[in-house]
Ligand binder design. Structure first.
Ligand SMILES: NC(=O)c1ccc[n+]([C@@H]2O[C@H](COP(=O)([O-])OP(=O)(O)OC[C@H]3O[C@@H](n4cnc5c(N)ncnc54)[C@H](O)[C@@H]3O)[C@@H](O)[C@H]2O)c1
Ligand SMILES: N[C@H](CO)Cc1c[nH]c[nH+]1
Ligand SMILES: [Zn+2]
Length: 422
C-alpha cells in the first residue's frame, strides 16, 4: 500500500477519492441492454445470457428439482453455518419491526402510521466472481419480516447454496439471470420474470448502473451499492496481521474495491504493509486483491482528531476501529455504513453471520444513505381519524391557513363540515 505521511487538508479530497469509473462509458453499454430486455423480453434475455455469461438458456426459472437437489449437494457444516447466520440475521432484523402507536395530536384528532411490506420486490444476488449466497440472507430475511408478498430473485450463479438460502428465506421465484439484464427483467417484467416495484442488491458496475438508470423510470432501488470497501483506523493496540487480513478481505471482492488504512503510527503502517505482502501470497484470489491493494492508501496522521476527520470525510462502507476506547471513537463517526469495534470484530463476521446487514452504501454514499434494513422493504402509510369534536378543534386552523394560501376549496372542505355541526 502506498503510505502517505501527514497530508495537508487541501490534499484530502484527491487522496480520498475512489477509483474513478467512466460512468458515461458504462451507461453507454448498459442502456442497450435495458432496451433489449424492454423490447424483446425473454428473447432479449437469452441473447444477453449467451453474450455476457456464455450460457444457452431456454428456461430462466430455477426448477423445483434444482431447489430439491441443492440441499443434498451441500455438506452439513455449510448448511449448519447458513442456518446459524439465518438465526442471527433474523434476530437482529426482527428487532427493527416497529409497533403501531396511535397519537392524539389534539382532542379528537388521531394520527398513526402503518408499516406495509412492499408487495413485489426484486433481489439481485451477485455471482460473477463469487456466488454471494450470504446476500440472499441479507435481502431475503428483511423482505420476509416486512411481509413482502412477492420476492423475485435473480442471480447469474446456480450455486446450490444460493438455492438453499433462497428456500430458507421463502423467495417466491428465482431466475438464473445476471448483470444489467437481470435488473431490466425485474424492472420491466418479461414473459418469465415478474415486474417488481423495488429492486435491491449489490453488484458490479453494470448492475449498479442499471439500477441507477431504471430508478429514473419510477422503479425504486435500495441504494447504489457498488464495489465493496473497508477503512481501518488502527493505533498501537491493533494487531498488524489482523488488520492486513481485514484489508484483504474486502480487497479480494474485486480489482475495483478500495481499502483505506489510517494510523498515528508509522511503525504500524510499515508492519501492515509487510503482512499484506505475506498474506497476499496465500490467497487464491491474489490477483484481484493485489490490484485493489495497489489502488489503496495508508495514511499517517498526526492525531486521533485528524484520523476521525479523515474517516468522516471518506464515509466508508465498512469502518473497523482497532483502537483503544473504540466505542468512544465510534460515537464521533457520523459517516459510515457499518462500524466494527476492537481487535476481535473482523468485518467478515458482519458480511456473513453476526446479524447486521452487509448491503451497505459504498463510494461515499454513506454520507446520506443507510444500509439495508427491514425499513427498506416497507412503506409507511399514515392514517388519521378526526371526530366531530376534533373538526371543531382543528377546523379554524386549517381554514386560516387555506385562506392565506388562496386555496378556497381546501377551506370549504372544512367550513362545510363546521357549518353542519352548528
Ligand atoms: N456494497 C455491497 O453491499 C456489496 C455486497 C456484496 C458484493 N458487492 C460487490 O458486488 C460486486 C459483484 O460483482 P461480480 O462481477 O462478481 O458479479 P455480478 O453478479 O454483479 O455481475 C456479473 C454479471 O455481470 C455481467 N457482465 C459481465 N461482464 C459484462 C460486460 N462486459 N458487459 C455487460 N455485462 C457484463 C454478466 O451478465 C454477469 O452475469 C463486487 O464488486 C462486490 O464488491 C457489494
Ligand atoms: N463485503 C460485502 C459487502 O460489502 C458482502 C460480502 C458477501 N460475501 C462476502 N462479503
Ligand atoms: Zn465481503
Amino acid at each position: 500500500m502506498n503510505i502517505i505521511s501527514y497530508p495537508e487538508r487541501s490534499e484530502w479530497p484527491e487522496l480520498l477519492t475512489r477509483p474513478v469509473q467512466d460512468s458515461s462509458a458504462i451507461e453507454a453499454k448498459v442502456l442497450p441492454i435495458l432496451d433489449l430486455v424492454k423490447t424483446k423480453g425473454d428473447e432479449g434475455l437469452r441473447e444477453l445470457a449467451k453474450k455476457f455469461d456464455g450460457i444457452d438458456l431456454n428456461e430462466f426459472a430455477f426448477s423445483q428439482e434444482e431447489f430439491d437437489t441443492a440441499e443434498d449437494q451441500l455438506d452439513e457444516t455449510l448448511k449448519a453455518a447458513i442456518r446459524q447466520a439465518y438465526q442471527n440475521i433474523h434476530t437482529f432484523h426482527k428487532a427493527q419491526l416497529q409497533s403501531v402507536e396511535k397519537i392524539e395530536t389534539m382532542p379528537g384528532v388521531t394520527c398513526w402510521r402503518r408499516s406495509v411490506g412492499i408487495e413485489k420486490v426484486g433481489i439481485y444476488i451477485p455471482g460473477g466472481t463469487a456466488p454471494l449466497f450470504s446476500t440472499v440472507l441479507m435481502l431475503g430475511i428483511p423482505a420476509q419480516l416486512a411481509g413482502c408478498k412477492e420476492v423475485v430473485l435473480c442471480t447469474p450463479s446456480n450455486h446450490p447454496a444460493i438455492l438453499f438460502a433462497a428456500k430458507l428465506v421463502g423467495v417466491t421465484s428465482a431466475f438464473r439471470i445476471g448483470g444489467a439484464q437481470a435488473i431490466a427483467a425485474m424492472a420491466y417484467g418479461t414473459e418469465s420474470v415478474p415486474k417488481v416495484y423495488k429492486i435491491f442488491g449489490p453488484g458490479n458496475q453494470y448492475v449498479t448502473t442499471a439500477k441507477m438508470l431504471i430508478s429514473k423510470e419510477g422503479i425504486a432501488i435500495d441504494m447504489p451499492a457498488g464495489p465493496s470497501e473497508v477503512a481501518v483506523y488502527a493505533d498501537d493496540t491493533a494487531v498488524a496481521s489482523f488488520v492486513a487480513a481485514d484489508l484483504l478481505s474486502q480487497a479480494e471482492h474485486g480489482a475495483d474495491s478500495q481499502v483505506l488504512l489510517v494510523s498515528t503510527s508509522e511503525k504500524f503502517l510499515a508492519e501492515v504493509n509487510d503482512e499484506l505482502t505475506l498474506q497476499l501470497e496465500q490467497l487464491p484470489r491474489r490477483d484481484l486483491a493485489f490490484q485493489s491493494i495497489t489502488n489503496s492508501k495508508a495514511i499517517l496522521v498526526n492525531s486521533a482528531y485528524e484520523a476521525i476527520d479523515i474517516l468522516n470525510d471518506y464515509a466508508a462502507e465498512h469502518l473497523i476501529l482497532s483502537v483503544e476506547d473504540a466505542e468512544l471513537v465510534a460515537e464521533k463517526i457520523f459517516n459510515a455504513g457499518s462500524i466494527f469495534l476492537g481487535n476481535y470484530t473482523p468485518e467478515s463476521c458482519g458480511d456473513y453471520a453476526s446479524g447486521t446487514n452487509h448491503t451497505l452504501p459504498t463510494n461515499g454514499y454513506a454520507r446520506a444513505f443507510s444500509g439495508v434494513s427491514v425499513d427498506s422493504f416497507v412503506k409507511k402509510i399514515t392514517v388519521q381519524h378526526i371526530t366531530e369534536i376534533g373538526i371543531r378543534n382543528i377546523g379554524p386552523t386549517v381554514e386560516a391557513m387555506a385562506e392565506a394560501e388562496s386555496l378556497d376549496a381546501h377551506k370549504r372542505a372544512v367550513s362545510i363540515r363546521l357549518k353542519s355541526l352548528l
